[in-house]
Design a protein around this ligand. Structure first.
Ligand code: HEM
Length: 409
C-alpha cells in the first residue's frame, strides 16, 4: 500500500503526500499504521471521504476525550482531574461548555464583525501596495494572510491592539509544535502555553475589575467570566483553556487558508481570471480554497466501545486518525479532485470536520474572512503574481505556508 510514515512531520514538508493517500484510499482505506510518533499499538488510518464523515459523527464510539486529538497520546488526559479543552470533551459536558461560546458566533455577531473586517482588509492591501511600490516584492504570508485572522479573534476576545503581536507569536509556538524549526522537540510548547494562560488571567482580571466598576464590554471573555456551568463559575484553568483554544483555533487555520488560497490562484492564473471576470464565483471559490488548503490535516479519536468503520472492526482503546487531507481529495466524493476549480459545486469538503458535535465553531467566521480578503485582492491587487515558490512548514497536523513571495505581474 504505502511505506510512508504519516506520523512523521517531515513526510509533509513537500506538501500533502497525495500519492500515498491515493494508494491507501484504493487499496486499504482503513488500515493499521505504525510510526515514529505513535505507540507500539499503532493507529487506524481512515482515508476515504465517506468513512471520515461517518467516523467524525459517531461520537458514541469514537471520542477525543480519552487521549486527545493529536496523532500521539495525550496521556495526561487519562487523569480525570486534568482540565480539558472543548475539543477534548464528550457530550453532555461538551454540549454545556460549547453553549458558553456559541453566542460569540451567531450570524448577528459575525455580521457585526464584517464591517470591521473590510476596514482591516483595506489597511492590509494599502500597506501591501506601498511595500510593492517601495521594494517590488511582498511576502503573502506575513504581509497579507496573517493580520486579518488575528485582528478578528482579538476583537472577539477583547484583546487590546498592543498585545496582538505577542498573542500571534504565542499561538504560532503552540500550534507549530511538530515543525522542526519550532524548536520544541515535537511537543506542544509548554512555556508558550503558560505565557498564554498568564496573559488570559491578566486580561480576565482587568475585565472583571471593569465589570465590577459597571463597565461591560460585549466580547467573549466577558461572557466567559459571567458564565456558569452547573451553577458554578468557570475555574481559572477552564477559563484559560477556553481562551487558548479560541486564540489558537482561529489564527493559523484561517491564515493558512488565505495564503494557500493565494498560492493556488498563483498556480492557476485561469482561475484568477475567472474570478476577475465573474465575481459571483467568490462564494464557491472560498469553499474550493478551503478544500485544497485543508489547514488542519487530521484529527484523532479513541474507540470507546467496539464498533466498525466502513466495514472494518475497531476495538475499544484503538486510535483512529481521520485524514481530512485525504478525504478532501477523494475521487469518489469530488470530480477531478486534484484540479482547482473556483466554480466547484457541490463541494462537500471536510475542512471544518466531517460533522458531529465538534464541527468547527468558527466555520462561517473563517469563510467570511477568506471572502473579504479575496474580494479586497480582486479590487486592489488584481495583478499580484508569484515571485518564487511557496515555502511550506513541516507539519503533519497543519498545512501552513511559511513564506510566499509575490510581486506585480
Ligand atoms: C479555515 C479556518 C479553520 C479551519 C480549517 C478549522 C478547522 C476546524 C476543525 C477541523 C475542527 C474540528 C472538527 C471536528 O472535530 O469535528 C474545528 C473545531 C473548532 N474550531 Fe475551527 N477551524 C477554522 C477556523 C476557526 C475559527 C476562525 C475559530 C474561532 C475563532 C475556530 C474555532 C473552533 C473551535 C472553538 C472548535 C472546537 C469546537 C468543539 O470542540 O466543539 N475555528 N475547527
Amino acid at each position: 500500500m504505502t511505506s510512508i510514515d504519516l506520523s512523521d512531520p517531515k513526510v509533509f514538508s513537500r506538501g500533502i503526500p497525495h500519492a500515498a493517500f491515493t494508494a491507501l484510499r484504493t487499496e486499504g482505506p482503513i488500515s493499521r499504521q505504525y510510526g515514529i510518533n505513535t505507540g507500539r499499538e499503532g493507529y487506524w488510518c481512515v482515508t476515504r471521504h465517506a468513512d471520515v464523515v461517518a467516523a467524525n459523527r459517531d461520537f458514541e464510539h469514537l471520542s477525543p476525550a480519552p487521549l486527545g486529538t493529536m496523532i500521539f497520546d495525550r496521556k495526561e488526559l487519562l487523569n480525570p482531574k486534568t482540565p480539558r479543552m472543548l475539543i477534548e470533551m464528550d457530550p453532555p459536558q461538551h454540549t454545556r461548555y460549547r453553549r458558553l461560546v456559541n453566542r460569540g458566533f451567531t450570524p448577528r455577531m459575525i455580521a457585526m464583525l464584517a464591517t470591521q473586517m473590510r476596514a482591516v482588509a483595506r489597511t492590509i492591501s494599502d500597506r501591501a501596495n506601498r511595500l510593492l511600490d517601495e521594494n517590488g516584492e511582498i511576502d503573502v504570508v506575513a504581509d497579507i494572510a496573517a493580520e486579518l485572522p488575528m485582528q478578528v479573534i482579538a476583537a472577539m476576545l477583547g484583546i487590546p491592539e498592543e498585545d496582538h503581536d505577542k498573542m500571534f507569536a504565542l499561538s504560532q509556538r503552540i500550534i507549530g509544535f511538530d515543525d522542526p524549526e519550532s524548536d520544541s522537540n515535537g511537543l506542544p510548547d509548554g512555556e508558550a502555553m503558560m505565557q498564554m494562560y498568564a496573559y488570559a488571567n491578566t486580561l480576565g482580571a482587568k475585565k472583571r475589575e471593569a465589570m465590577n466598576g459597571g463597565v461591560r464590554t460585549d466580547d467573549i471573555v466577558t461572557a466567559l467570566l459571567d458564565a456558569e456551568v452547573d451553577g458554578e463559575q468557570l475555574s481559572e484553568l477552564e477559563f484559560d483553556l477556553f481562551f487558548l483554544l479560541l486564540v489558537v483555533a482561529g489564527n493559523e487555520t484561517t491564515r493558512t487558508a488565505i495564503s494557500q488560497g493565494i498560492s493556488y490562484l498563483f498556480s492557476n492564473p485561469d482561475q484568477w481570471q475567472r474570478l476577475l471576470d465573474d465575481r459571483s464565483l467568490v462564494t464557491t471559490a472560498v469553499d474550493e480554497i478551503l478544500r485544497v488548503a485543508t489547514p488542519i490535516l487530521y484529527f484523532r479519536r479513541t474507540v470507546t466501545a467496539d464498533t466498525e468503520i466502513g466495514g472494518v472492526a475497531v476495538a475499544k482503546g484503538d486510535r483512529v486518525v481521520l485524514w481530512y487531507a485525504s478525504a478532501n481529495f477523494d475521487e469518489s466524493a469530488f470530480a477531478d479532485p486534484q484540479s482547482f476549480d473556483v466554480g466547484r459545486t457541490p463541494n462537500n469538503h471536510v475542512t471544518f470536520g466531517g460533522g458531529g458535535p465538534h464541527f468547527c465553531l468558527g466555520a462561517n467566521l473563517a469563510r467570511l474572512e477568506i471572502r473579504v480578503m479575496l474580494e479586497e485582492l480582486l479590487d486592489q491587487m488584481p495583478t499580484l503574481g508569484p515571485a518564487g515558490p511557496a515555502v511550506l512548514g513541516s507539519s503533519n497536523f497543519t498545512n501552513g505556508l511559511r513564506q510566499l513571495s509575490a510581486r506585480r505581474t
